[in-house]
Design a binder for this molecule. Structure first.
Ligand code: AMP
Length: 249
């Protein structure tokens, strides 16, 4: 069974992001980019299924600018077999991403698509759900465990207050949560090998999917900065401040 893994190029999660002075968005100039952390978990899950003999091929796919090739190479270095870049310089919103992924799924015919639960740049948490709907496939979101059976999968989901295990028929779309696994570090030889692997490229516009944005971001703001704490000299002063200033007593 083939497993398709979408991987998005996003700002590295270690980077402290800066909002542009005109509040029109996040400043991406000279910022380190990396594979979306949830997608790294998806690649790890797919590679583990292959290592367990349950998947035959892992195909990574990214929709984005030419530089998204680096993201695909990260997936190849972790163990993906093939990589497909659907090139576009537009900002592609989740619905258009889902439609493009459907086109890829129609040709690649995977038995399972493992999508990240959310991209850490737009925090949409929509693509996997929309993709399942467009394909008419079953979906299991926020997976912390995936067990494949005969034409079906048992997926444990992270839900409020606990874990829920559901069975879905394959083919299906599964979205990954943080506790599914701890992604491996790619070894240096694998990183070097991944540099030489071919990337299959297609132009997004050729797929007949409209990528023009439907949403308009009105304003992007940084979170309010935390106020500095103060030191008190006695328990009495602490109680007084909790009562008069914090209003919690
Ligand atoms: P979102 O719905 O934007 O939060 O994204 C959820 C997931 O959809 C991500 O973790 C990726 O697996 C996938 N995805 C979103 N955008 C892209 C993209 N441009 N290229 C590849 N995969 C994507």
């Amino acid at each position: 069974m083939k497993v398709l893994v979408p991987v998005k190029r996003v700002v590295d999660f270690n980077v402290k992001i800066r909002v542009k002075p005109d509040n029109s968005g996040v400043d991406l100039a000279n910022v380190k980019m990396a594979i979306n952390p949830f997608d790294e978990i998806s690649v790890e899950a797919a590679v583990r299924l292959k290592e367990a003999g349950q998947a035959t091929e892992v195909v990574a796919v990214s929709i984005g600018p030419a530089k998204a090739e680096e993201t695909l190479r990260s997936a190849l270095a972790m163990g993906a077999d093939r990589a497909i870049l659907i090139e576009t310089d537009d900002t592609v919103e989740p619905l258009a991403v889902a439609k493009i992924l459907k086109c890829v799924a129609d040709t690649e015919k995977p038995g399972l698509i493992i999508v990240g639960k959310q991209a850490i740049d737009d925090d949409s948490n929509q693509t996997g759900q929309m993709l399942a709907a467009l394909l008419g496939w079953a979906q299991a979101t926020f997976a912390s465990k995936i067990e494949l059976g005969d034409q079906k999968a048992a997926v444990t989901r992270e839900v409020d207050g606990g874990l829920q295990t559901i069975e879905v028929k394959l083919p299906a779309v599964v979205t990954t949560d943080l506790r599914l696994n701890e992604p491996r570090y790619a070894s240096l030889p694998n990183i070097m090998k991944a540099k030489k692997k071919p990337i299959e490229k297609r132009i997004a516009a050729d797929l007949g999917v409209a990528t023009a944005p439907r949403l308009k971001v009105l304003k992007t703001e940084e979170p309010a900065t935390r106020k500095a704490g103060i030191k008190v000299t006695s328990v009495g002063e602490l109680i007084e401040k909790l009562r008069s200033e914090a209003g919690v007593l």
